[in-house]
Design a protein. Structure first.
Length: 269
C-alpha cells in the first residue's frame, strides 16, 4: 500500500471516529440540538514551492485567493448557567482552492497560470458562548470562542493558461524546452487533502427557543496532508509528488493556511 493510500485511509478513519463520537454525545446530552445553513467566504494564503527549468523565472508570485463557500451546519449547545453555554459545531462546506502565478521575462512577456479545484471542507469543534447583553429569557446575544479540527478534500482540478507577448519562450529557447526532462510529464491537479486544527471567534443571537444566527471567524492551520499539497510528514520533503503546473514546472502547496468567515442561520430543538 503506497503512502498516498495510507493517508486517505487515515483521513477516512479519523472522520468516521469524529462522527461516532458525535453520536455518543447524544446518549447523555441534555441541551439543544441544531441544524442550519452556512454561507461565507474563505481567504487562502499559499506558500507554493516550484522546481523545474522555469522555476526561477516567476514574474508575479502566488497571490492570496478569496472563494465563496456554502454548506450545512449541525451542532449541540447546553447552558452551563444563566450567562454561559457550551457547544459543539460540525460544518460541511463546499468551496474552491484557487491561485495564480506567472512565469516569464517580465510583465509583458509571460505566461499566467490559473489553478482551481473544488474543495470539501469539514470542521468539527467545541466552543463556549458568553452572554454580552442582558435580554429576555428566550433571547440571547452571545460571544463565541472555540477550537477544533478540520479536513480539506481537494478534488482533481483544472489549470488555465494565458500568454502575454512571447511568454516563457523568451526565457528558454524552443530547443531547450524540447530537450527538457520534464517535457514528457502530464500536467494537472491531482486529488489531495489536508488535516489540521482551527480556532474560532464569533457572535450568536438566539431569536427565541427555536431560531438562531451565528457569525464565526475561523483560522485553519494545516498539520499534514497528501504529498501533492504538503510536506510529507513521513518522507523526504524534496519529493514534489505529481502536481505539475506545466510540462516544465512541478509545484507543491506548502501548508495552505486559511481564514474562513462563516454565517449560519439555523433551527434548534
Amino acid at each position: 500500500m503506497n503512502t498516498m493510500m495510507k493517508k486517505i485511509y487515515f483521513l477516512l478513519a479519523f472522520v468516521a471516529m469524529t462522527q461516532l463520537a458525535d453520536a455518543q454525545w447524544l446518549v447523555f446530552w441534555k441541551g439543544d440540538q441544531r441544524m442550519g445553513l452556512d454561507a461565507g467566504m474563505n481567504v487562502s494564503f499559499y506558500n507554493a514551492k516550484f522546481v523545474g527549468p522555469l522555476a526561477g523565472t516567476i514574474v508575479d508570485d502566488v497571490k492570496m485567493a478569496v472563494s465563496p463557500s456554502v454548506g450545512l451546519h449541525w451542532g449541540m449547545e447546553k447552558d452551563l448557567n444563566k450567562k454561559t453555554a457550551f457547544g459543539f459545531n460540525t460544518d460541511f462546506q463546499i468551496t474552491s482552492t484557487h491561485w495564480s502565478v506567472s512565469f516569464g521575462e517580465n510583465s509583458s512577456n509571460n505566461v499566467l497560470y490559473k489553478v482551481k479545484s473544488t474543495t470539501l471542507n469539514m470542521m468539527e469543534g467545541i466552543y463556549f458562548a458568553f452572554d454580552i447583553k442582558k435580554m429576555k429569557r428566550k433571547k440571547k446575544f452571545q460571544a463565541l470562542a472555540g477550537v477544533g479540527v478540520y479536513e480539506d478534500i481537494r478534488f482533481k482540478g483544472k489549470i488555465s493558461e494565458e500568454v502575454s507577448g512571447l511568454g516563457y519562450a523568451t526565457v528558454l529557447s524552443a530547443s531547450e524546452l524540447a530537450m527538457s526532462a520534464y517535457a514528457s510529464e502530464d500536467t494537472g491537479i491531482p486529488f489531495s487533502f489536508d488535516f489540521g486544527v482551527d480556532v474560532l471567534a464569533g457572535i450568536q443571537y438566539r431569536f427565541n427557543e427555536n431560531f438562531f444566527v451565528q457569525g464565526r471567524l475561523v483560522y485553519m492551520l494545516p498539520l499534514f496532508g497528501s504529498d501533492s499539497s504538503l510536506d510529507d510528514f513521513t518522507s523526504n520533503s524534496d519529493d514534489f509528488g505529481k502536481s505539475k503546473l506545466n510540462p516544465f514546472v512541478w509545484y507543491r502547496n506548502d501548508k495552505i493556511n486559511r481564514i474562513s468567515l462563516v454565517a449560519t442561520i439555523g433551527f434548534r430543538w
